[in-house]
Write a new protein. Structure first.
Ligand code: F6P
Length: 323
């Protein structure tokens, strides 16, 4: 029936390994020969493309990261390296690719398809959950759970010491991780790039709460906000009068055993991707919206501004205070 390959591009997420496992199993079930591309587009260029068997993917379903590596490739932006990638695929008679990555990777693949006719199916994979056209990106649930566990732990020590803790989450320019984590951890302050804020709006409230017996504050801030986490902590010290500390969660958020949801979504996304490629969907992104998988074109996914769901925004906006 033909040869098909999978690669990971951009930031790794927990859920890529289950996706790779199901890719091999389902491709074989469909009579296809599966190949693994190591190190993303870099591996396509450098011919790190190997046939896969069941043994390559056994024992990986519970592991974070990606067994086949990922990369952010500068070279793939250049036509001569895309030609090299095409030559490598052609030599192995691979004409279909499943790409786990973000919208930048999908744009690269769309260009590759236009130039060389290699069909692809994109699986949105980023903890930032900032890809237009899909409500869910692979890895988000695991990242949220890692953040939740961290916040629960920090709350324990914050309460013991009468302190303010400013906890910084990832997300680049998207505040989704901070928004959901702030809400589900009962944070006193949640700051995200999408919502304008003035800290002075909180001063009176927080000082009053301290007088009434509050022992600690938990602030969840997204890495993309206009101030640094240290500036927020300094504000707690100087304006509210409470000792404060900063915790930058960093790459901890990208690792960890994939949750059940991410394992299941990995299976669903990859299944849908292979089915699409077999039915002539040659350049589509597999999206999950309104609780259903659907194929979207690159024009519907890339080159558009991402917005967090209004109903979620409202939950934070309704408690945002201004001066
Ligand atoms: O896009 C995923 C992400 O983890 C962002 O949240 C973060 O800003 C960035 O990648 C970090 O990139 P790197 O791993 O290159 O430091």
């Amino acid at each position: 029936m033909g040869n098909i390959a999978i690669l990971c591009s951009g930031g790794d997420v927990s859920g890529m390994n289950p996706a790779i496992k199901h890719f091999v199993e389902y491709a074989k079930a469909k009579g296809l020969s599966p190949f693994l591309v190591y190190d993303g587009f870099e591996g396509l260029i450098d011919n790190k493309i190997v046939p896969a068997s069941y043994k390559d993917v056994s024992g990986i379903i519970n592991r974070g990261g990606t067994k086949i590596g990922s990369a952010r490739s500068e070279r793939f932006h250049e036509a001569r390296y895309r030609q090299q990638a095409k030559d490598n695929l052609e030599a192995l008679q691979i004409d279909k690719l499943v790409v786990l990555g973000g919208d930048g990777s999908f744009r690269g693949m769309a260009k590759f398809y236009e130039e060389h006719g290699i069909a692809f199916a994109g699986v949105p994979s980023t903890i930032d959950n900032d890809i237009v056209g899909t409500d869910y990106c692979l890895g988000v649930d695991t990242a949220l759970n890692i953040i939740r566990v961290s916040l629960d732990a920090i709350r324990d020590t914050a309460s013991s010491f009468k302190r303010a803790f400013v906890v910084e989450t990832m997300g680049r320019d998207c505040g989704y991780l901070a928004l959901v984590s702030g809400l589900t951890s009962g944070a006193e302050l949640t700051l995200i790039p999408e919502i304008a804020y003035d800290l002075c709006g909180y001063k009176e409230k927080f000082k009053k709460e301290l007088l009434e017996g509050r022992r600690y504050f938990l602030a969840v801030v997204s890495e993309g906000i206009k101030q640094s986490s240290q500036e927020i902590a300094t504000w707690f010290e100087e304006e509210i009068g409470v000792e404060s500390r900063v915790s930058v969660l960093g790459h901890i958020q990208r690792g960890g055993n994939p949750t059940s949801r991410d394992r299941l979504m990995a299976y669903r996304f990859v299944h849908f991707a292979i089915d699409g490629l077999l039915s002539g969907e040659n350049d589509k992104i597999c999206c999950f919206s309104d609780s259903q998988l659907n194929y979207k074109s690159i024009a519907d996914v890339a080159h558009k501004e991402h917005h967090i769901e209004p109903a979620l925004m409202e939950l934070v906006e309704s408690t945002t205070l201004h001066c």
